[in-house]
Design a binder for this molecule. Structure first.
Ligand SMILES: Cc1ncc(COP(=O)(O)OP(=O)(O)O)c(N)n1
Ligand SMILES: Cc1nc(C(=O)O)sc1CCOP(=O)(O)O
Ligand SMILES: [Mg+2]
Length: 485
């Protein structure tokens, strides 16, 4: 429920067992009678209803049957099954007959199941431990045969390695989802948190791979922010699900805490000269870009008085806020502060990033233009939240711009953990090429920033929509999130 809340989703609970547990392990389990589980499920689903159910520990076959019966009446409700059988502490949580009910009744109903390695082994009845990536892939495809629409084998338990890799099999492709390994003792509840994050993102309507990737991003941030916590005597302490709180320097509601790499997917950068040529204002153009599916907006005005810039920015901020789309201001920290924009985008010759951060504070997004890995390294050091990297292709929009090509873009992407948006000469005709250029399992751009491809067009909404379709398709297939076998 904390995870759902942190991800902006309303959640309700059905208690299947009372547990006596702490950081040292599970001291006792008191199952709830199956009829009472059924009553709880019906109480919430017949009243408020829900978009997605996530199951955790289901301690008996009767309880599993009760859950399956309730869901059988609601085929539209998506289901994430976290087959909780072995706690992080190693304690086995469910009896043998429950395994059969889990396997035969619940798994075939699931949109995705999320076993850890011991749970995957138990569900498959394998003798051998799963100890590497190949074993994870075999387990994922074997578990798929039990009926779920997708299988996520969580590899956090795979010994060693500097990456937390999970393998997702969706019936067609094996996706390797990577995140930087977090050295922490505070891993109690990571499995439940990831499964709940996936359920929350599915409930928001995200497609499966994106939902898993977003949930993994959230969990990694929670692990990082909890790493220093010293709570409990046991081996595994708790996570801080609400890591974006004021005591950690950013408020949960801050634009920066909300910012995700996926926000960079369809990045519309305005140009008033182009809009004037087509007989529309920047404000009208930005409204159309939002309508077309832009995931982030940038107001970029190079030849305008400050008063006019502030007035225009105030109108665009209102639009962006209403649509829930981040708005950053190009170059002008003062204008961003004056109108309460979500952040700024600055270049190498604009206000130094550290000063911009000092003026904007910890809650605003700062993006910076980078052409080289060295600039990317410095940007990370100085506290950037994302990089704009290009020009990928030659452009007439920005005079005397140095073109770095796809090669230069990928060098920047691979050199930094920061999210990167590609920019420069990008159109619907080449956006897919840019987004899928990264080799398998290497980091690629998180999106494309476009000026003339969106605003030097007769119909901004259509141009943006066309771009969004291409971007979403390319990102869902892109190499650095999956290994195609
Ligand atoms: C996302 C994104 N990337 C790069 C730029 C370029 O910024 P601009 O101010 O136009 O030029 P420099 O200051 O980087 O030289 C951008 N606007 N947006
Ligand atoms: C604003 C900007 N910055 C660039 C950089 O390389 O940093 S290229 C550029 C112009 C991009 O316009 P278009 O999408 O019309 O090519
Ligand atoms: Mg600039």
């Amino acid at each position: 429920m904390k995870t759902a809340g942190a991800l902006g989703v309303y959640s309700m609970s059905v208690v299947t067992a009372l547990t006596a547990q702490n950081t040292a392990g599970v001291q006792g389990i008191h199952p709830v009678p199956a009829d009472f589980v059924r009553a709880q499920v019906e109480a919430v689903l017949s009243d408020i209803g829900c978009d997605c159910v996530k199951t955790g520990m289901l301690p008996s076959a009767d309880i599993i049957r009760a859950v399956v019966e309730c869901l059988a009446k609601r085929p539209a409700v998506r289901l994430v099954v976290d087959p909780v059988m072995v706690a992080t502490s190693g304690d086995v949580l469910v009896g043998g007959d429950t395994l059969g009910a889990l396997r035969e009744l619940l798994l075939p109903r699931a949109d995705v199941i999320t076993p850890n390695l011991p749970e995957a082994k138990a569900l498959l009845g394998w003798e051998e431990d799963i100890t590497d990536l190949e074993g994870m892939k075999r387990a994922a495809t074997a578990l798929f045969e039990l009926g779920p629409k997708a299988v996520l084998v969580k590899g956090g338990h795979v010994a060693g390695g500097r990456l937390a890799v999970d393998v997702l099999f969706d019936g067609e492709r094996l996706h390797e989802l990577e995140a930087g390994w977090v050295d922490t003792r505070n891993t109690h509840g990571t499995g439940c948190t990831l499964a709940s994050g996936i359920a929350a993102e599915l409930a928001k309507g995200r497609p499966l791979v994106a939902a898993v990737s977003a949930a993994k991003g959230y969990l990694t941030e929670a692990l990082k922010s909890s790493a220093w916590l010293q709570l409990g005597q046991g081996k595994h302490g708790p996570l801080n699900h609400f890591y974006g709180t004021t005591s950690w320097g950013t408020s949960r509601e801050s634009p920066r805490a909300r910012f995700r790499p996926s926000d960079l997917a369809v990045y519309a950068v305005s140009d008033s000269r182009m809009n004037a040529r087509w007989g529309r204002s920047n404000v009208e153009a930005m409204r159309a870009a939002i309508e077309g599916g832009a995931t982030i907006l940038q107001l970029r005005e190079k030849d305008i008085g400050t008063g006019d810039f502030v007035k225009e920015a105030q109108e665009v901020v209102a639009l962006a806020r209403e649509a829930g789309v981040p708005l950053v201001i190009n170059d002008r920290i003062d204008v961003a502060l004056a109108v309460g924009a979500d952040g700024v985008h600055i270049g190498q010759s604009d206000m130094p990033l550290r000063l911009a951060r000092a003026l904007l504070g910890p809650d605003r997004i700062i993006g910076i233009s980078t052409k080289t890995p060295e600039q990317a390294r410095k940007a990370l050091e100085d506290g950037a939240d994302y990089l704009g990297s290009g020009g990928v292709f030659p452009t007439n929009t920005k005079e005397n711009n140095v073109t770095i090509g796809i090669k230069g873009l990928l060098e920047v992407c691979e050199s930094t953990p920061l999210p990167v948006v590609a920019i420069g000469g990008i159109k619907t005709t080449n956006a897919a090429e840019v987004l899928s250029a990264a080799k398998a399992n290497t980091k690629g751009p998180d999106g494309v920033a476009i000026v003339s491809g969106v605003f030097d067009q007769p119909d901004v909404a259509k141009a943006t929509k066309d771009l969004e379709t291409i971007v979403n398709s390319a990102l869902s297939k892109r190499q650095d999130l999956l290994t195609v076998t």
